[in-house]
Design a protein around this ligand. Structure first.
Ligand SMILES: [Zn+2]
Length: 252
């Protein structure tokens, strides 16, 4: 079982270096007792980075997945480094920060856009997929290019008037009573999720999510919206991109 340390609060998404002990050694991979590596899930790709052995040799983390309660770090390394691995050994993890921070910016921009699509047009986001500098949102309803245009202004405003982003854990019953639980515009959560990890963008959005996000909308940078594309069943797909490098990260 792996403690998902990146979930604890919003600042945990900014942890780049950490220590964890080997809990299991499936073929070609390492399960740690705790990790800050994000495993593929919820439309957000897995982190990359390194796991350093006590002797100083690095193993490359080439993929990270969830397997039941465990996080599996798929690794590449020299045969001698692989042979020296043992359950209980402490490793030093380092996250590929450029990749991670791009996902954090992209993911927070997706929350903003999904929230605006819902508050303006009552159109929910059925699925969101992040990749590189691009987010793809599959909506439950149709949206036209004219309707999408003002949302670009909303996204720009979130950059010029930055809003703080927070994480809190809310008992399920309380979340279901919360009128803001609708506002995220995502499809409803499975019943068994309790407590709910809620990612809030101040005065804008409250959204159940297990991903990693920036602490202020001012960190996202410019967002470019492509014209919507018709999807099956009268729905729409919306794609946007962010700049390779965002604004400087303000101090915590
Ligand atoms: Zn999220």
């Amino acid at each position: 079982m792996t403690e998902l340390a990146y979930l604890a609060d919003l600042p945990s998404a900014y942890v780049r270096d950490f220590r964890g002990r080997i809990a299991a050694l499936p073929p070609g991979a390492i399960v740690l007792d705790r990790t800050y590596f994000y495993p593929t899930g919820g439309g957000q790709p897995a982190d990359r980075g390194t796991l350093r052995l006590p002797g100083g040799e690095d193993l490359s983390v080439v993929d990270v997945t969830k397997s039941g309660p465990s996080v599996v770090h798929r690794i590449h390394g020299s045969p001698s480094a692989i042979r020296s691995l043992a359950v209980g050994l402490e490793l030093e993890g380092t996250i590929d920060w450029e990749r991670r921070h791009r996902h954090m910016r992209l993911h927070t921009a997706q929350h903003l856009l999904s929230a605006r699509l819902f508050t303006r047009y009552r159109v929910r986001t059925r699925r969101a997929e992040l990749s590189g500098l691009t987010a793809t949102l599959d909506l439950e309803g149709a949206i036209s290019a004219e309707e999408l245009a003002p949302l670009a202004d909303d996204l720009r405003e979130a950059g010029t008037l930055p809003r703080p982003v927070r994480v809190r854990f809310v008992p399920r019953a309380e979340w279901d009573r919360n009128p803001n639980s609708e506002r995220s515009g995502l499809v409803p959560l499975p019943r068994q999720v309790d407590p709910v990890r809620v990612v809030e963008i101040e005065a804008t959005d409250a959204c159940p999510c297990g991903g990693t996000h920036v602490r202020s909308t001012g960190e996202i940078g410019a967002v470019t919206l492509a014209p919507p594309v018709p999807n099956a069943g009268g729905a729409s797909r919306v794609v946007f991109t962010i700049e390779p490098v965002g604004p400087p990260i303000p101090p915590a």
